[in-house]
Design a protein around this ligand. Structure first.
Ligand code: C5P
Length: 232
């Protein structure tokens, strides 16, 4: 009875604006995806790690990082057009091979979140083991406005029960599989949404704003300072 990780890494990172996939950006001597992979693998419940990647990046993953990946037993699978397609590819891989028969929980974690803490990984896995599904999130701290049809007309949304979803998002394998089987067409912005649509309970676990998703190059100096604080 163990947890498998799906680490979607098949994005193109267009908003990052670099020639290469942003996940190859350097953070204190390691790429972003290596930080994410190491942190997830360090949890004692985690036994398998599947990483959907794009065919464009495959030569680099298998060349420059081939030994590192092999030493850690990371499985590379072809990702898809949308993040949902990449997660689905990881899920199909886990379900198609009897090496993964002992997997009960699947943790989906964006390779672009290199700073998630041991503590938060443990907390979200533990909650999912109990409830069946759990996501890390932080409370919304800004005032949230909705712009109405008329351009000078706005309203204010009560933020007291609003949360920003992060990853890891952890699910019973059978729930996530059912959610992906029933999902057709309508895009979801995260995996929990698909499980919510099944009417399953999903626990919200208060995480840390340190667990930022690297989107723009400006995020890197901030990530570096968070990393330094985490290490000292
Ligand atoms: O682009 P964004 O940072 O929101 O993507 C979140 C994560 O999903 C990234 O780690 C990215 O590599 C991954 N992704 C993927 N397949 C896609 C698009 C994004 O694995 N088609």
């Amino acid at each position: 009875r163990c947890t498998a990780v799906i680490l979607p890494a098949a994005g193109s990172g267009r908003r990052f604006g670099a020639q290469q996939n942003k996940l190859f950006a350097d953070l204190a001597g390691k790429t972003l995806w290596q930080h994410a992979a190491e942190r997830l693998s360090a949890n004692p419940n985690v036994r398998h790690l599947v990483m959907p990647i794009s065919e464009t990046d495959r030569p680099r993953f298998e060349g420059e990082f081939g030994v590192w990946i092999q030493e850690r037993g990371i499985h590379l699978v072809p990702g898809g057009r949308e993040r949902t397609d990449s997660v689905r590819a990881g899920l199909d891989f886990l379900r198609s091979d009897e090496r993964f028969q002992d997997v009960r929980l699947v943790a989906v974690h964006d390779a672009a979140r290199p700073l998630v803490s041991d503590h938060d990984i443990g907390a979200v896995i533990q909650a999912a083991a109990k409830i069946g599904a759990a996501v890390l999130a932080t409370p919304v701290s800004s005032t949230v406005k909705r712009r109405l049809n008329d351009e000078h007309s706005i309203s204010t949304i009560d933020r007291s029960d609003l949360w920003l979803a992060q990853t890891p998002q952890v699910f019973r394998l059978d729930w996530l599989a059912e959610a992906y089987e029933k999902h057709r067409g309508r895009p979801a912005t995260d995996d929990a949404e698909l499980v919510e649509r099944l009417g399953r309970p999903v626990a919200l676990i208060a995480g840390s704003t340190d667990n930022l998703k690297i989107t723009h190059p400006d995020d890197l100096p901030l990530a570096e300072s968070i990393l330094n604080r985490q290490l000292h």
